[in-house]
Design a protein around this ligand. Sequence first.
Ligand SMILES: Cc1cc2nc3c(=O)[nH]c(=O)nc-3n(C[C@H](O)[C@H](O)[C@H](O)COP(=O)(O)O)c2cc1C
Ligand SMILES: [Fe+2]
Ligand SMILES: [Fe+2]
Length: 404
Amino acid sequence: MHTITDKVSITSVLNPNMRMFDVVMCTEYGSSYNSYVVAGTDKTALIDANHATFASEWLEKVAEALDGRKPDYLVLNHTEPDHSGAVAACLKRYPEIVLVCSAAAAINIKEITNLSALEPQVVKDGDSLDLGELTLRFISAPFLHWPDTMFTWIPEQKLLFSCDFLGAHFCEPRLFDHRIVFARDYTTAFKEYYDAIMAPFGPWVAKGLDKLEALDPEVVAPSHGPILTKRGRLATGIEHYRAWSAPPAADAPRKISLFYCSAYGNTKKLAASIATGIRNALPDAQVCAHDLVDANVNCMGAELNSSDAFLLGSPTLNRDAVPPVWNLVAEIDAVNIAKRPVAFFGSYGWSGEALPALSERLATLKAAVYEPQFRVRFVPSEDDLVAAEEFGAGFARGLVAGAS
Ligand SMILES: Cc1cc2nc3c(=O)[nH]c(=O)nc-3n(C[C@H](O)[C@H](O)[C@H](O)COP(=O)(O)O)c2cc1C
Ligand SMILES: [Fe+2]
Ligand SMILES: [Fe+2]
């Protein structure tokens, strides 16, 4: 049995083969569903449950960690099913166990288990539970990344259970940061996790960091990936979260990104001319054009979501925009996209449905849709490319006018 301290055991389940999380997030390095058992002199508590698929494996580990004692509490820091799926099995095994969670989580868990009679012990920010020589203190951490999220803190051990915060989909059998072998892969996974899960909630991340730093933990045990320690990667993780969640500096160059696909190079030519037009109109802007065909869609999504304005280019194939462009649209951070300027361009042959379809979708997401769309029949002529440049310049000038 792995432990963090003599009073805290690790009951995590490794899932090295997972390649996709929550349907949308690619997980090249697998993951772990972390959970812990805390043993006070009087009472014991489980911190987080597990994915339903791994209920029996997790419960076996829990029984081993409890070493004959009964579990008094099951703390749910968050009710997403990767952590709450095994709650029903846990209640079946230990009918006396008391669920401890936030008010929002208490509502969710009834719907997740379909046990309407469930009466969790609801805790607020600052509440605590005495386990005997060990205290669990609960710290509200909403939107990291659900409204229900909280952290659990053991002051006597300077140990924080941070839920998904500072986690990573990275299956690390050695469990701790200082034992990571493939450090560069972990860094990639840590960033990808932030982008996919935490990035929409930047201001909440900053608040979460404030609370975490005020505690000055020795150990942060997240619900996925390696446990972070003060002498290991904790400070670096905090530093990264600070940088990634910070609003852009007022004098930062405006970031304008173009994303396109092109079967025969026509939309690609338009992208190049439009980018030139934008650069001419806004020489200080950071302008980058991305061909989506061979790109990693999660990375492109992060690029798009961090852009001040963006353009989508697609040919029309079989009366629609092409799949890589739609896949990118699916990566858009709908929580924060409102009012973001977006324009559309592309080549078509006869009916040209791609751009209206994209425009309609972005309007639904409440982005600031730029009109007109720029479309060219088949191969762009020299005149078309000049017009494309002018289109890019017009879009760029609109950004300046919009901002002033
Ligand atoms: C398989 C296929 C289906 C197409 N379907 C349509 C269509 O439904 N409507 C249309 O306007 N053009 C259609 N086109 C024409 C393309 O939009 C046109 O060739 C365009 O110039 C391709 O631009 P690209 O080189 O940027 O990919 C189709 C082309 C292909 C290859
Ligand atoms: Fe989650
Ligand atoms: Fe999670």
